[in-house]
Design a protein around this ligand. Sequence first.
Ligand SMILES: NC(=O)c1ccc[n+]([C@@H]2O[C@H](COP(=O)([O-])OP(=O)(O)OC[C@H]3O[C@@H](n4cnc5c(N)ncnc54)[C@H](O)[C@@H]3O)[C@@H](O)[C@H]2O)c1
Length: 393
Amino acid sequence: MKMTRINRRVFGRQTLGVAAAAALSSLSVRAEAAGEGETKRMRVGVIGCGSVSNVYLPHLAASPYVALVSACDIKPERAKRQAGRFQIPHHYPHIDDMLAGAAFDLLVNLTDMQEHEHLNRQAIAAGKHIWSEKPIANSLQAGQALLEQAKKRGVRVWGAPTVVNSPQFACMARILNSGVLGRVAAAHADYGHTGPDWSSFFYEKGGGSMPDLGVYNLTTLTGLLGPARSVVALTSVVTPTRNIRGKGRIRVTEEDNAMLLLDHGKGTLAHVQCGFNFFNPHGHEGSKEKRHTISIVGSTGMLGLVGYDWEPLGVDVATTAAADFKRQATDKGGYVWQQGASLVAECLVKGKEPLFTAEHALHVVEIICAARQSQETGQRIDLKSSFKWPVVS
Ligand SMILES: NC(=O)c1ccc[n+]([C@@H]2O[C@H](COP(=O)([O-])OP(=O)(O)OC[C@H]3O[C@@H](n4cnc5c(N)ncnc54)[C@H](O)[C@@H]3O)[C@@H](O)[C@H]2O)c1
């Protein structure tokens, strides 16, 4: 199979977090100097050959740490098409066939949100590492059971999003760590668009704007401010029916509008707003969003993330010492939101840990479930889970 090769140092800079890239780059320089032969590649099976696979597959195909082995979709023509486009030697119509077919090491799960949990479970049982689009599982409990199962099977599990890996996240974390914002009081984050029209799962039970969109802001804010201790939320359905291409009119049963309040402890409160009814003059083109979609304010300063956390463009900071906003971290350093699967392949080859963790992803799953419980009961819901924090020190 012919694969596009790119320089390993360039790829590392494009995929790893800034700190990890620095560590890796010295390692890879040494490996090259030692005259190392072919780079070891993780054999990858991709399941789910719909919309997002068009963004993942080019990144995976360009990775020197990946050998694309198989593609799978319950719509077999999609698996066949992507296999043809990306020179993937095997394609299958069902996970059973894929697991019984050509050997691979890492499952990249790009299926409907409701399918991830059971497909991840089945692949772990078959001894595969997992990269899963969000969510890894539909509840904290189910997710923790998956991690237990993976530990016993000797495999690893990671899931989207990768927002903590951007240089802008690192910049915001370092500003917070430096103390220039003083006592951190409040944060706000928002993300929305007018909603996908190609698949109905986004609007059905287990879908919704929180696991599809709010998940990015929740990962960023918990990554910056620490695990949340409790949640209060209001959610609603603004548009009760929608037209889905090839399917017609469907009922929207999961929230398409949500507001969450998070208590991070020490008095720090955050607000996250997400929805599928958010007009945006730029449509959904991340590079054109120049607003602060995330802002954090303390007693002596404030910061704002320019653009989205999944496509960050810079960080503005103002403090009592320098009251005009000063822009920092305008270079993405190669960060792209679709890098997660290629990055974990690289980390598995190199024995390195990425900045994002399954525990962090599951903390966000718990927040989303708690937000739904808060909406149903009118109560503030305490959270149990945590993750390794700070993410960037
Ligand atoms: N589309 C995007 O821009 C985007 C961006 C970021 C993340 N995501 C996430 O990626 C995931 C997929 O989204 P999408 O937009 O690509 O959806 P999609 O509907 O376009 O694609 C999903 C594909 O998975 C297949 N599938 C479903 N169940 C399956 C199963 N059991 N076995 C094999 N194949 C199965 C479907 O047939 C379909 O082809 C979701 O978790 C979504 O939140 C999507």
